[in-house]
Design a protein around this ligand. Structure first.
Ligand code: F6P
Length: 342
């Protein structure tokens, strides 16, 4: 048996641990051979491969990123893409493919499975918004990085009597913001699922200063003001302290808070720091177990499935479950955190 492996979409701490788990068990337990496809679906599309065996996965467990490289290439958006993928799998003697990725990568895997390709999926995103699994690896690492940043920002905010706005990743879901905000003792958490009332945010900022403490606001990159609550300042305008504000919601929010409250505010955009570097122990554990389960699924010829965490069990579910509706923070879960706001 010869198995292809690829990693697609945004990278994420733990990808190498999955690859290592797949290869170690595949070689040692089943005597399989592997071929690594470079840069997500671009690898089989352009037939760019690399050797993948026990030697290649040695020492990669603590390393962030992916030894296979990644891209957001989608073969279904390219003329003749699917045929090229099938040709490349055949040319490399690949009997089964393990695709490690998020919504888009698993979406491609689902369609290929429907076309008869032997594929098993492994879910991945730091955003933790994939359905079908309780957690994705990479999320815990991102939350810990954001929590450490919040811890550090508390002290500088207090020293300067400033508002600190921390923008974290999460285009559609506020999981990173909510978990890091709770863990770091943030005073306000704003997430995409709950459009925020800027007046209420400013009132919380002012009440926090009344208690002689400085507020820390955690905002997901995808958070938006509620309808009718448009913010006055636009990107690039000078704020009340003469700073030029650029770009994202973190900067806009800091400007708006200064403008409305007269309190000095700074924005910190954590960006790709949350995706880089070494995975936490939890993410190494989860990613390793996903890898072991994925190669076991191949051995069982249980194709068209995705591995998933349910409670403390690693299970297999239909690939389609990972590509359906995104898993969002419920109003109840958000409301529970509101007791800490202000
Ligand atoms: O989906 C994961 C994610 O990290 C999002 O949180 C973020 O919006 C996006 O990827 C960033 O993508 P890119 O690395 O392509 O800028």
């Amino acid at each position: 048996m010869r198995v292809g492996v690829l990693t697609g979409g945004g990278d994420c701490p733990g990808l190498n641990a999955v690859i290592r788990g797949v290869v170690r068990k595949g070689v040692k337990t089943y005597g399989y051979e592997f071929v690594g496809f470079r840069d997500g679906w671009r690898g089989p599309l352009e037939n760019v491969t690399m050797p993948l065996g026990v030697d290649q996965v040695r020492g990669i467990l603590p390393r962030g990123g992916t030894i296979l490289g990644s891209s957001r290439t989608n073969p279904f958006k390219i003329d003749g893409g699917v045929e090229k993928i099938k040709d490349s799998l055949a040319a490399n003697g690949v009997d089964a493919l393990i695709a490690i990725g998020g919504e888009d990568t698993l979406g491609v895997a689902t369609k290929l499975a429907d076309l008869g390709v032997n594929v098993v999926g492994v879910p991945k995103t730091i955003d933790n918004d994939l359905s079908g699994t309780d957690f994705t690896f990479g999320f815990d690492t991102a939350v810990n990085i954001a929590m450490e940043a919040i811890d550090r920002l508390h002290t500088t905010a207090e020293s300067h009597h400033r508002v600190l706005v921390v923008e974290v990743m999460g285009r559609h879901a506020g999981w990173i913001a909510l978990h890091a905000g709770l863990a770091g003792g943030a005073n306000v958490v704003l997430i995409p699922e709950q459009p925020f009332d800027i007046e209420k945010v400013c009132a919380l900022v002012e009440s926090r200063f009344e208690t002689r403490y400085s507020p820390i606001i955690v905002v997901s990159e995808g958070a938006v003001p509620a309808e009718g609550g448009d913010m006055t300042l636009q990107s690039g305008e000078l704020d009340a302290f003469g700073h030029v504000r650029l770009g994202g919601i973190g900067d806009r929010l800091a400007s708006e808070i200064e403008h409305r409250t007269g309190k000095e505010a700074r924005a910190v955009v954590l960006g790709h720091v949350q995706r880089g570097g070494t995975p936490t122990a939890f993410d190494r554990w989860l990613a390793t177990r996903f890898g072991l389960q994925a190669i076991t699924a191949v051995h069982d010829k249980d194709y068209g499935k995705m591995v998933a965490l349910r409670g403390t069990e690693i299970v297999r579910v239909p690939l389609i479950e990972g590509t359906g509706e995104l898993k969002l923070v419920s109003p109840e879960e958000y409301a529970e955190a509101e007791v800490f706001f202000g």
